[in-house]
Ligand binder design. Sequence first.
Ligand SMILES: Cc1cc2nc3c(=O)[nH]c(=O)nc-3n(C[C@H](O)[C@H](O)[C@H](O)COP(=O)(O)OP(=O)(O)OC[C@H]3O[C@@H](n4cnc5c(N)ncnc54)[C@H](O)[C@@H]3O)c2cc1C
Length: 365
Amino acid sequence: MQADYAIIGGGIVGLSVAWGLLGRGHKVIVIDGEDGAFRASRGNFGLVWVQSKGMTQPRYAEWSQGSAAAWAGYAAELAEETGRDIPLDQRGGLDLHFSDETLEKTVAQYETLKSKLGGNYPYEILRGNALRREEPHLGPKVAAAILHHQDGHTNPLRLLVALADGVRKRGGRVVNGRRVVEAAKPDGFRLTCDDGTVIEAGKVVVTAGLGAAQIGPQLGFKAPVRPQRGQVLITEKLPKMINRPSLIARQVDEGGIQIGATNEEVGHDDRVTTPGVAHLAAEAVAAYPFLARAQLVRSWAALRILTPDGLPIYQQSREMPGAYLVTCHSGITLSAAHARFLPEWLDATEAAPNLEVFSEDRFTL
Ligand SMILES: Cc1cc2nc3c(=O)[nH]c(=O)nc-3n(C[C@H](O)[C@H](O)[C@H](O)COP(=O)(O)OP(=O)(O)OC[C@H]3O[C@@H](n4cnc5c(N)ncnc54)[C@H](O)[C@@H]3O)c2cc1C
């Protein structure tokens, strides 16, 4: 099998990049691991989220804002090509606060970031009646909320299915159930899968999530990624109760209320735990008391892919030019940027975004 680009990893990041590269006329093969592999793309919270991103690195805030701004056009194009609906609501998102103390601390950070972004950080603080008018079902324990107008949410599973379909419709090839175990560059790149399949490509993009830690070093990357567990709950379908998503809960397009997620440093353990679920439920009921009467229908856990500073990595290999590492912990938010802007960077065009601050050179191992 031969291609211009071989993409190692067919989660949301790999498929977004593949779809974008196909749109630029490239021949693309995506190789995606076995069923039992860790897949953050199948277990996340679906936020297209800007607030709180880039507090320590304004370029990350800008990159997230650019992606959020491109999202509607991107989703519409993908929906039109595939005939699949990709629900997207970008009427803003809420950061709920139970005390003025945490609110003031967050607002101080937002103001610093806002000035670094030349004022482009549209948020407002809602309290009392103004907040209850927006979210009538919030409980009395919620002191205030920050409404950030660039936030929103989608249905991440519908996005994943549409992308897999979109990649095929654009003529891409997706090889499922095979893991790349060897990567070499005798002339062009030569990837060998666990079943012996060989793929030759002019360029390689590693979008293997946590799997980048294994395959990345063969292509000259440090790939310092680690897992962080997030547990999530979902309720029965309910009438409209929550208008805007928050980091505590959101009402999905199908009616269920998704509650989450924990942040746990437990290695590669992706099990659901009683304390984890109890913590989520207690916080959600404190924010939205009606949830005490809602039936939970499912819980799950998935592993985030984190770098040491939480920022993405966009890196071309020095040892093997033509190989790229792409990883991030907000693959839903950044899906539009990965489909629309990153291919320009991979093709090194004049329109390539400047991603220097996301080089993995910032980590010394
Ligand atoms: C609980 C939770 C909540 C989240 N909420 C949000 C949110 O609200 N908004 C947001 O933007 N992001 C969110 N995220 C993060 C988001 O889900 C991830 O950033 C995104 O899914 C990462 O996608 P990925 O393609 O990099 O990784 P994955 O989905 O993990 O895919 C990697 C793929 O690579 C394959 N692979 C690995 N090694 C190899 C190999 N050697 N050969 C071939 N294939 C290989 C695997 O089989 C896998 O399919 C959340 C994550 C979690 C866990």
